[in-house]
Write a protein that binds this ligand. Structure first.
Ligand code: ADE
Length: 547
């Protein structure tokens, strides 16, 4: 609509320029006394349309220097007159001030009159300029020694209409093209959909993910750090409060946030995570909601400010909780969905996006949301799998991540760097280990042992060499006891896990495929729920009948 208004304005401006400017050009002072038609009142046949010549054959030099030529056309009943006079524009004439006397042509304007039709025009700097009278919108050409005027207003309007239509069409098409192909601007402030608080005063985290960067200026958010909630290789994470008066708190509803603090030396890690978060296509309900990145130069620190999830990370959660099949399904399916989203080259709307490999998927890099779904975090090692990957980036891509969760090809640095699918396949391997951890703490498997990480027999932080022994030399994988597969849903997940941690990266399933399998299980689940309740209803009916 704005574009339409703009187009109309432009065309209007063109029209205005063509039609009016040529007659409004002379604004110079009046150096000599004017030569004007000066017949006072005369009857005329001029119909008050088009161009007329006043029927006056008297030309007079105006008595005063500052006087201009004036013509007045009046129609009262059938009586039509022209009045031609000299007049000083500083003084009113019939109660009106002349406002067009700098024109070289006399262009009639209709004025309000009690009981007659009343047109008036004034002009100067042209001899007898009040002799040729122009009514309506008139286009004039000033030729060397005469004025040729004709009525082209309607012609211009008619000829401009197609131009106008074409202009509107072109601008609208261009606009639509831009809108449809627009890459979301990663620096764009939160839109309305982002206004929902992810941490409301009660600690709800219903809308938890939108990659965004709120802090466009260098002003730092007023934040009060609270307790340490996480410690990683490159940074520490604090629970924190946004102080009152902060725009992020007031406008976007964030009160409690998480602050990931990198020391000065870890700039590269902060920068990488910030850049990954700044890609608006990362947005997903199961990706940690990013608020802003800050350089706290005074403290020699770099900060990332994100949503806070009070249930903590998945490893801590599984250590302290036994989960139901329903929770397993929520955690597992959301994990598969978010990894599939990262790996995908399309957004959920079908627009192109750069696939991302996380490269450090593990249970301590997954937060648990209050709706029992996963929230993927820690993108410090993530890699955008686009054509702009430099040789350096690729060369440094051979072995990154946490040894315990490294795929065999990553452990032996034999990942195929030329194929971006390789990075996704390595992520899928790590995801399989996390799915295994989730199942290991689900009540539906029977006896649930205390939480142990995958390859839990190894020391707390196994090194690459000991992982190589287990995963490569012994082809070892976490154990899946037979008892786990007595539940149909878990049986499916276990089958999928085994396909995801295959030694051959190419043989692994995709995250998308796992997400679909979870959906299929949900469907089966609902069917079995239905048949269970139908069975119950049947039993009840039979009991009632027997009575
Ligand atoms: N640990 C690491 N990041 C966290 C976050 N955003 N919320 C809660 N705990 C965390």
């Amino acid at each position: 609509m704005e574009l339409l208004r703009f187009s109309v304005f432009c065309c209007g401006a063109v029209l205005f320029g063509i039609v009016l400017l040529p007659v409004e050009t002379n604004t110079s002072a009046i150096p000599v006394r004017q030569l004007c038609r000066f017949c006072d009142l005369r009857a005329t046949n001029c119909p008050g349309r088009g161009v007329c010549k006043v029927e006056c054959d008297i030309t007079a030099i105006c008595p005063e220097y500052n006087e201009v030529c004036v013509s007045i056309w009046r129609k009262k009943d059938d009586n039509i007159t022209f009045e031609t006079v000299c007049h000083d524009p500083a003084l009113p004439l019939y109660g009106l001030y002349l406002d067009d006397y700098n024109n070289t042509k006399c262009i009639m304007k209709e004025k309000k009159a009690k009981d007659s039709k009343f047109f008036i025009c004034s002009c100067s700097n042209e001899e007898e300029c009040n002799d040729h009278i122009i009514f309506n919108l008139i286009f004039t050409f000033a030729l060397p020694d005469y004025i040729f005027a004709f009525q082209v207003g309607p012609v211009i309007v008619v000829s401009l209409v197609p131009l106008l239509v074409i202009a509107i069409f072109v601008i609208t098409s261009f606009y639509c093209y831009r809108v449809c192909n627009q890459q979301p601007n990663p620096r764009k402030p939160l839109d309305n959909t982002d206004k929902h608080p992810i941490i409301d005063p009660e600690g709800s985290d219903s809308s938890s993910t939108h990659a965004n960067n709120l802090n466009h200026n260098t002003e730092l958010l007023p934040i009060e750090l609270d307790v340490l909630v996480g410690k990683g290789r490159f940074a520490e994470v604090y629970k924190a409060k946004l102080k009152q008066g902060s725009s992020v708190r007031e406008e976007h509803g964030f009160e409690t946030v998480a602050v990931k603090i990198f020391q000065f030396e870890e700039y590269a890690s902060w920068k990488n995570e910030k850049d990954i978060f700044s890609d608006a296509d990362l947005r997903h309900e199961n990706v940690l909601h990013f608020l802003t990145a800050e350089e706290r130069k005074g403290q020699r620190q770099y900060w990332l400010i994100t949503a806070y999830h009070p249930l903590g990370n998945l490893q801590e959660f599984l250590t302290n909780h036994i989960i139901s099949w329903q929770d397993l399904w929520l955690l597992g399916s959301s994990l598969a969905r978010v990894v599939a989203h990262l790996h995908s080259d399309r957004t959920s709307c079908g627009r192109c996006k750069v696939p991302i490999a996380h490269r450090d998927i593990k249970s301590s890099n997954i937060l648990v949301k209050k709706d029992m779904t996963c929230c993927l975090c820690d993108f410090g090692l993530a890699l955008r799998l686009d054509n702009s990957l430099s040789v350096d980036e690729l060369a440094n891509s051979g072995q990154v991540g946490t040894a315990r969760y490294m795929a065999p090809e990553v452990l032996e640095s034999r990942i195929n760097l030329e194929n971006i699918e390789s990075f996704k396949q390595a992520d899928v391997y790590s995801m399989a280990l996390v799915l295994w951890e989730i199942i290991s703490r689900c009540s539906a498997i029977g006896e649930v042992k205390e939480y142990k990480p995958p390859f839990g027999n190894l020391r707390e932080h196994p090194c690459v060499e000991s992982m190589k022994d287990s995963v490569l030399r012994d082809r070892g994988r976490p154990e899946i006891p037979n008892s786990w597969t007595s539940h149909a849903g878990i049986q499916m997940v276990c089958g999928s896990i085994e396909e995801c941690w295959d030694h051959d990266p190419e043989a692994r399933l995709t995250a998308h495929c796992i997400a679909e399998r979870f959906d299929d299980v949900e469907y089966l689940d609902k069917l079995s729920d239905c048949s269970d309740s139908e069975e119950k209803m049947l039993e009840e009916i039979i009991v009632v009948d027997e009575k």
